[in-house]
Every structure is written in structure tokens, then in C-alpha cells.
Design a protein around this ligand. Structure first.
Ligand code: NAD
Length: 467
């Protein structure tokens, strides 16, 4: 069985990759267990694993242009974005976790004079990761880095549509001297390949990034089978909260709102898809947001000038258009965009869309649209802003735009989300944890030393002395 990889820019055929069956997943898992048990990787000093991962990062840097092109072609992401964000970010992740490999330490608690107790973190053995299509390489790197640095063998399933950059990294890992079987890319779909990984009894931990619907299924499968540790990074409906003094940020405000809403054509887990703006400045913010959205260059992702590429496929385009049209039929106004743009035959391109005048309770205010669409709602007080921000089931990210420290902290503390940025749209850098609350996820953050909790388990060793 195989999967056809289609270029979202024009619907053309890019490649055919294997659709890995459940039996093949089982064989890969057995192989990975053998490699783990052989200690060719797990038995190395962390410093040696670090050196191999640094070589992998160097090779990714050497092939950065190829990796950017593969993500651009598979996912329809603008080449400028792949070159500036995705690929350098992925390389930095591998380096960061490589450098962290020998910085992990256990604890020696103060117990009693005749006891020596300490804790250490051990790899699981065979672990798995299941990836979304919107940041193919970047999401892979967040998982490869800590999983391998900790000594595990990783089965990595890229999204159905976007396997090629990750397959290239698998080849680079071998070139870097990482033993065969330590990083195995398993291409395939969700119902066959992904479900087999979720059910496999030898896999000790599974880290998933994707939609909340799939996350629930994976969790249910793990519960039914070996209760593997599951970490879920899922969807979002993140607010950008614009307080009354926010015009003091000048162009940075609208630049931030636009980046939040439209990066990767809004197909971004932390997309700031809800602008919540203080009523006193709403008219001006909406006018500037609409003008900036309209000025974005929608085009062929291979063109370095393109800022908004196609959406991933026909089904996504139909879903996004239906969501916009539904909101408009219920009284919303598209002050920018609102429909499709003809760029290339065979691709589906949507104009960056700003919707105002939404009725309270409109479903577009609570559903993840995963496209270039932002809604605008107004508020009168800080408490009202916090209540609007929290009126969704998701809790991935949020921003608050204010220079007032009291407002900034009150909103940051009041909003239920895993990361809140002030005066910026940001997911933070590698030094800080990234992970959702509520239906955006749980089970361990990505990035920072906290990421190692997904990929290691803690053991207490208790030694009775003097007997
Ligand atoms: P998706 O849930 O459709 O697919 C994600 C992965 O799960 C794919 O590899 C798919 O093959 C696999 N899968 C599907 N069904 C499965 C099953 N039954 N068992 C096991 N695996 C299965 O998501 P997507 O469309 O690729 O990605 C978009 C979603 O990802 C959005 O909701 C977005 O918000 C989310 N996302 C979250 C983060 C984060 O860090 N929180 C980052 C990027 C994307």
C-alpha cells in the first residue's frame, strides 16, 4: 500500500511513499526494541549522543535549502517562511536538546543518615511520535531532539501529506553516525499506521501533535492497550487581547495581530484567530488590521515574495469557506477577504479574512478554523476581556497587548492557556516550555528541559546503609 504526496500549490503529484501496515509497524517496533537493548545508542554516554545530534544539526544546516523546499512543496508553506522560521528553528531545536543531553540531573533528597536515596530519569526504550502536517520539520525536531538525547529509539510518523523533509532527516541521522533503527520514520495514514503505533504494546511513550479529535482517539487506544504515556499537543483558538492603550505599540501591534492570524495561512496551532479589542480603539484597530490583511501577498509558495500560500487541500478549503459563509449568513461582515483567490490551477488559495459584527455564540468564535480567518470582538473592561478569552474549550496560547503592568499581569494570570505573551505574538524560544491547557493538550510540554519529562521516566533508588 502507498500514499500519494500532492503539492497543495497546484495539485500535482510529488512522490509516492509507503503506507505502513500494522504488521510492518510491529516489525519496526521489534527492531527498535532490539536496537535499544543492544545499547549502541542507549548505552552511550550522554555526551556522545550529544555529539551525534550536533552532527545531525550540522547536516541539516548543510541541506537547509533542500529541507525548506520539501516542506514548501509538501505543505504549501511559503518558501520565505520555511527558510526563515521552520528550518532554522528545527536545526536550533536539535542543537539545543543535544546540548542538554548531559545537563539532566536527578535529586538526592535529605532522608536519614542510614539511607542514600536518589532519583534518576531513564529512557522508556521504544517511543513514538505522531506529527501534524502544518510544521512538518519543526514539530519533528521538537520530538527527535529530546527523545534521542535521552537515549530512546524513536518511531516517527509524519503526517500523511508531509513526509519528505522528515524522511530526509532520517537519512541525515544515519550520515551523522546515529545507529540504524534509533530514528525510524514510519510513513502512513492515521487509521492504519498511526492507530497501530497508538496500540503497540512495546511502545512506552507516544507524543502526539495534531487535532483534538485525533488526540482523543489516541488516548482511548492507549487506555485500551498498554497504557503507554501519552502527551497531547492539540488545537487552539487563541486570543489576541488588545487593551485600551495598545495603540502605543505603533506598527508592532498590527504586525503582531497579522502574524498571529495569518502565519502559515492561519494553519497554525497557536494562530491568534480571535482578536479581542477594547471598544475605545476598535474602529482604528479593525481598519488597520483589515488594510494589513488585504495587503498580504497571496501567491505561489515557491515565490519568495509570497506571504500566504494555499491551504493544504480541497477539504480544508471547502471547510474554511463554509465557516466564513456561515458566519456571514448569520450577520458577520468580512471587512477583509471573505473568499478564494485564483493563483494556480489545482491549488486552493484563500484571501486573509477579517470578520466583525459576530453575534455572541456564533460557532466560528469557538471552533478552530485552521485557515486565514480572524474574528474581532470588543470588550469594555479587563474582566470582560478575560471572560471572552476563556470562553472556549481550548487553552494553547494568548497575547495581551498593553504597556500597563497591572493589566498585563492580571490578564496573563487570568487567561487559561499554556503560554501568554505580553506585547508580542510569540511561542517563546527553546528555553521555555510550550504546551496546552484544556482541550489543547496535556501530558508534558515541548521545548525546554521540561520536554524530557515526555521521553523519560523517573526512578527512585533507595539504599539502606550499614546493614
Ligand atoms: P490530525 O489530527 O488530522 O493528524 C495528525 C496526525 O495524526 C497525522 O499524522 C495523522 O495521520 C495522525 N492520525 C490521524 N488519525 C489517527 C488515529 N486514529 N490514530 C493515530 N494517529 C492518527 O491533525 P492535522 O490536520 O495534521 O494537524 C492540524 C492540527 O494540529 C490542528 O488542530 C492544530 O492546531 C494541531 N497542531 C497543534 C500543535 C501544538 O503544538 N499544540 C502544533 C501543530 C498543529
Amino acid at each position: 500500500m502507498s500514499l500519494e504526496i500532492i503539492n497543495p500549490a497546484d495539485g500535482s503529484h510529488l512522490a509516492t511513499v509507503p503506507l505502513t501496515s500494522a504488521d510492518e509497524v510491529a516489525r519496526h517496533t521489534e527492531d527498535a526494541q532490539r536496537v535499544f537493548d543492544s545499547a549502541v545508542w542507549s548505552g552511550l554516554a550522554p555526551r556522545e549522543r550529544a555529539a551525534a545530534l550536533v552532527r545531525l544539526a550540522d547536516l541539516m544546516e548543510r541541506d537547509a535549502g533542500t529541507l525548506a523546499r520539501l516542506d514548501m512543496e509538501d505543505a504549501g508553506k511559503p518558501i520565505a517562511e520555511c527558510l526563515a522560521n521552520d528550518v532554522p528553528g528545527a536545526i536550533e531545536s536539535i542543537r539545543w536538546f543535544a546540548e542538554a543531553a548531559d545537563k539532566l540531573a536527578g535529586a538526592v533528597p535529605a532522608t536519614a543518615p542510614d539511607i542514600l536515596a536518589f532519583t534518576e530519569r531513564e529512557p522508556f526504550g521504544v517511543v513514538a511520535a505522531i506529527l501534524p502536517w502544518n510544521y512538518p520539520l519543526a514539530m519533528a525536531a521538537w520530538k527527535i531532539g529530546p527523545a534521542l538525547a535521552a537515549g530512546n529509539c524513536l518511531l516517527l510518523k509524519p503526517a500523511d501529506a508531509t513526509p519528505r523533509s522528515v524522511l530526509h532527516v532520517e537519512a541525515l541521522a544515519l550520515e551523522a553516525g546515529i545507529p540504524a533503527g534509533v530514528l525510524r520514520v514510519v510513513t502512513g495514514d492515521g487509521p492504519t499506521t498511526g492507530a497501530a503505533l497508538a496500540a503497540d504494546p512495546r511502545i512506552g511513550a507516544l507524543s502526539f501533535t495534531g487535532s483534538t479529535r485525533t488526540g482523543r482517539e489516541i488516548l482511548a487506544t492507549a487506555a485500551r492497550t498498554n497504557l503507554k504515556r501519552v502527551s497531547l499537543e492539540m488545537g487552539g483558538k487563541s486570543p489576541q487581547i488588545v487593551m485600551a492603550d495598545a495603540l502605543a505599540f505603533g506598527d508592532a501591534l498590527v504586525d503582531g495581530l497579522v502574524e498571529a492570524a495569518f502565519l502559515t495561512a492561519g494553519q497554525n496551532c497557536t494562530a491568534g484567530s480571535r482578536t479581542l479589542v477594547h471598544e475605545s480603539i476598535a474602529d482604528e484597530v479593525v481598519a488597520r488590521l483589515a488594510a494589513a490583511a488585504t495587503a498580504l501577498v497571496v501567491g505561489d509558495p515557491a515565490d519568495p515574495a509570497t506571504q500566504i500560500g494555499p491551504v493544504i487541500n480541497d477539504a480544508a478549503a471547502d471547510r474554511i469557506v463554509a465557516a466564513i459563509e456561515g458566519a456571514v449568513s448569520r450577520g458577520a461582515v468580512a471587512v477583509a477577504g471573505g473568499g478564494e483567490v485564483a493563483v494556480r490551477e489545482g491549488g486552493r488559495y484563500l484571501a486573509p479574512t477579517v470578520l466583525t459584527g459576530l453575534a455572541a455564540g456564533d460557532p466560528i468564535l469557538t471552533t478552530e478554523i485552521f485557515g486565514p480567518v480572524v474574528t474581532v470582538q470588543t470588550f469594555a473592561t479587563r474582566d470582560e476581556a478575560i471572560a471572552l478569552a476563556n470562553a472556549v474549550d481550548y487553552g494553547l496560547a494568548a497575547s495581551v497587548w498593553t504597556k500597563n503592568v497591572d493589566d498585563a499581569l492580571a490578564v496573563a494570570r487570568g487567561v487559561q492557556a499554556g503560554i501568554v505573551s505580553v506585547g508580542a505574538y510569540s511561542e517563546g524560544d527553546l528555553t521555555v516550555p510550550f504546551g496546552g491547557w484544556g482541550q489543547s493538550g496535556f501530558g508534558g510540554a515541548e521545548k525546554s528541559l521540561a520536554a524530557f519529562h515526555q521521553w523519560t521516566r523517573e526512578k527512585t533508588i533507595w539504599i539502606q546503609l550499614g546493614r
